[in-house]
Design a protein around this ligand. Sequence first.
Ligand code: SAH
Length: 407
Amino acid sequence: MIFINTCAIRDNAEQRVRTRLHDFKKAKRAKPSLIVGVLGCMAERLKSKLLEEEKLVDIVAGPDSYRDLINLIETVEGGNKAVNVLLSREETYADISPVRLSSNGVTAFISIMRGCDNMCSFCVVPFTRGRERSRDPESILEEAKQLFENGYREVTLLGQNVDSYLWWGGGQKKELDPDTVHKALHHQLPAEEQQRFTTFADLMEMVAGVHPDLQIRFSTSNPRDMTDAVLHVIAKYDNICKYVHLPVQSGNSNVLERMNRGYTREDYIQRIESIRRIIPECGISTDIISGFCGETEEEHRDTLSLMEWAGYDFSYMYKYSERPGTAAEKKFTDDVPEKVKSRRLQEIVDTQRNLSAIRTKRSIGKTFRVLAEGVSKKSDEMLSGRNSQNTVVVFPKANLNPAIMSM
Ligand code: SAH
């Protein structure tokens, strides 16, 4: 059996999957009993259409149907194609452990929630991953403990929008009125009532308490939902990394409005100011999209100026890729020419390169605590890891104190 786990966030992710599928043609011809399955978001987006478009595919399984894989395989063995793209309101895979380990035996990922309710106009995630669901904090804590006992020294808590994580005894957000949800998320309920809830800030404190030697990271924060409570928890615990990934997407308020991001340039600036005030040494990174529908030259320059202002440590930068079924596809025209998108992206990349160089220069002469994740790709004599701010640090093995080596 060959299963490909897929991404649908941009068109080029899907094109890569299609190329990979074509690579399997030969294998399938040589061995007709070979089962090929497409799993994850691209499967969810295309559903049974994928079976028509890619004849060699036998199984199409969306992100909520992994428990059903055995049945799907049996269906195929019975001579039929098999599809399950049902999205669930409850599935969090809480009892399937571990969700994702890195092969280095040191760092691991824990999904704390699934889905997304934000409906950013460019984004396919709500359609491929379904509604937002938070996972039971006890099961998250248990997984973090297990990982620590198995030698892991870093966990990254994962969610599309970690700041909207909310748990109360098994209930889902839709069962509460929006005002209570808002107050609970911002720790504004009367103490007794607030106690019923676990917010992301509460969850981080719980995981930070597992062991002082278990280091914690998280992703992704949303500028609209991030609370100061979370920032105070980051500042309070030495084992929570001083690093926030805060995707801005654009530095212009009109573009942000078209993107339905729920914040303005000014709101975003305030968020960064809070981060810098509460966690002065914090590393900050972002995601940026160039050439969104209707983006003018001036709007693009607002993105560049915001980058300069924020002084990002690093950025993930993309050209806008229209996704079928999204609000942007329905409401706007993908009217920024490819050439212009590319040129703007290049300007964004160049700006970031300068900012990263400034950050590197600032580091000269400083000492950082680094969790070694493995041997450097470039030299066996060097180890590689990241500092608290998530910057990669490569350092000679020889410098290590033998006492540390044996830990
Ligand atoms: N949930 C996170 C982002 C998840 S997707 C958030 O809300 O910020 C990761 C990144 O992919 C996004 O931040 C965005 O920059 C990029 N992205 C998403 N959809 C895209 C699209 N249609 N075209 C180009 N980039 C896109």
